[in-house]
Each structure stands twice: as C-alpha cells, then as structure tokens.
Write a protein that binds this ligand. Sequence first.
Ligand SMILES: [Zn+2]
Length: 315
Amino acid sequence: MIILPHQKPFHLNQLEALVPRMSQKDPLYLKLKDILHREKAGYEGEVSLDYYYNLLNLDPYPTLHSLRLKNGDTYFQIDTLILFPNVFLIIEVKNTSGLLKYHADTGLLVRENENGKLERFDDPQTQVKIQKLQFSTYLKKHNLTQNPISTLVVFAHPYAILEISGQAPNLILPSKLMDQIPALQKKYKNSHVKRPELIALGEHLARAHTPKIKNIVKDFNISPSRIKNGVRCTSCQTDMMIRQKQNWRCPTCQHKDRFAHIPALQDFKRIYGPEITIQQACLFLCVTPRVANYLLHTAGCKKVGKTKGAKYIIP
Ligand SMILES: [Zn+2]
C-alpha cells in the first residue's frame, strides 16, 4: 500500500515549464537543460522500479517514496522505504549510466568514460549506511516502532553496467530485486510487527515528510524578461498559440485547443507561484484584460481582494 506516492520534485516541475520558455542563446540555457535532463532521469528511474514492486506483489506493505525527514538540524532523504513486518527496507536509486566499477574494500565507485577518463562518485554503500543510521536514530528519538533495517542500492539506468570487486551484495541492477526482496522477507524471522502498527508508522512518517523546495528561478536570479510569455502549443509544444475566435490556434501545426490557456497558467504557477494579477495574465497569455478575466475564470482561478490590488489564485 502506497502511503507516500512518487511526487515530482518542485524544481523538476519548474524546470519543465521554464526551459522551453528560455532562449537557447541565454547563458543559463544549457546548464538548466542539463539539470532538467538529470533530474528527470532520476525521477523516472525511481518510478521505473514500480514495475518490479508490482511483480513482487508488495501492495500489502506500507511503502513511502522520496521520504524526507528532519533529524536535528539536518534532513535526510530515502528514495523508497518499504515496511515489511520483519524488516524495514531502504532502497536508494541511482541513475548513473555506463560502465560502473565498484571496489568494495575502498568504497571507490568510478565510471570509465568513452575517452578512457575516470569519473568518481560517492560511495553508495556509505551513503545507505548513513541513511540507515539516520532512520534508526529518527525511529528511536520519536519512540516509533523498531525493526531491523536493511538497504539496497539499485542502479536503475537501462545503460548501467555494474562491475563489482569484493563483497557488496546490496548493490544491484533492478532485475535482482526479484531475488533480493523475497530473500529479505525470509531472512529476519525473529521480528514480526503487526500490520496496523506498520500502517500507523507509515502514516506518522508521511505526516513528518518535508519535501524539499528548491526554486530555480530565485536561486539563479532569472528575471521575467528572460522567460518567454505566451500559450505554448499543446500539440507540437514548439510554437506559441494565437487567440482567435474564442479559441487557441498554433501557427505552425494548425492545432486548435480551446483550453490551451490552462496548461499555460500551470506554467506560470510553476515559474512564478500561484498568484497572478490581471496585468500579469494579459502579459503572459498575450490577451486583453477582458479576455484575461474570462480565461482566468474558466481556468477555475479564485479571485482574492478587490479593485486594483485584486489577485487570482491558479488552482
Ligand atoms: Zn503546434
């Protein structure tokens, strides 16, 4: 049972709205495009493992995705946490592609690039060890249900090749989940937490979950003049649509969509936040105040305040 579902991070949503609205000549364009690709692959990698969780019929067990908890002054994040009656399983998902070589003794994880250059990554085993320690401390500190904690690091990228020297049985490719999870379910025989208690724990953790809000527009100080206004075509996604006869039409692919302003307003919300004034809506949707007023209403935006300072909240 999914207690905390996968949730696209705020900054990934923001980048998806922002990058197509920036000029390719903007000095930040390539950097942001790169971050977007990396973040998207990371998120999709985590979601892709659902295929195995479904095959393994893990539905009865409380599961939390992208759980972020506060321990003292710091936060720690667990990609996926599955609460079995006999063991709590932490799954860390990696999205590195290519030939990855791991030396269990030294904890060195390197990737050999095409030009023969080596790239070093943080030791994933140390990383999950720290997560395990933080999670165990959290459970004790809050007087929550205890159980043995186990960890797996899954290299989810379809082009990842894993070469391990030494003992690191918890570093695996996704298909190995099919062996490792049933083995874990059998391993810890002395512990058995009842299902209502597991659910209560899952719900407690979900309530304590604090998603990370990283605002790219603010962090990189991107002024509105660098972000293109307009209603992006809901079909070809390349051009901005034109308002014509109470409809939106794309000059490139001729696609028509009466409701194309709704995703455009969602873009606005992801980039600038949920509040929008009539003036901002006129600028962003490229329409007159009368049309902007009508479109905001059809998009279900609530009006707050009166006369000059009135604002709309994008749902
Ligand atoms: Zn189009």
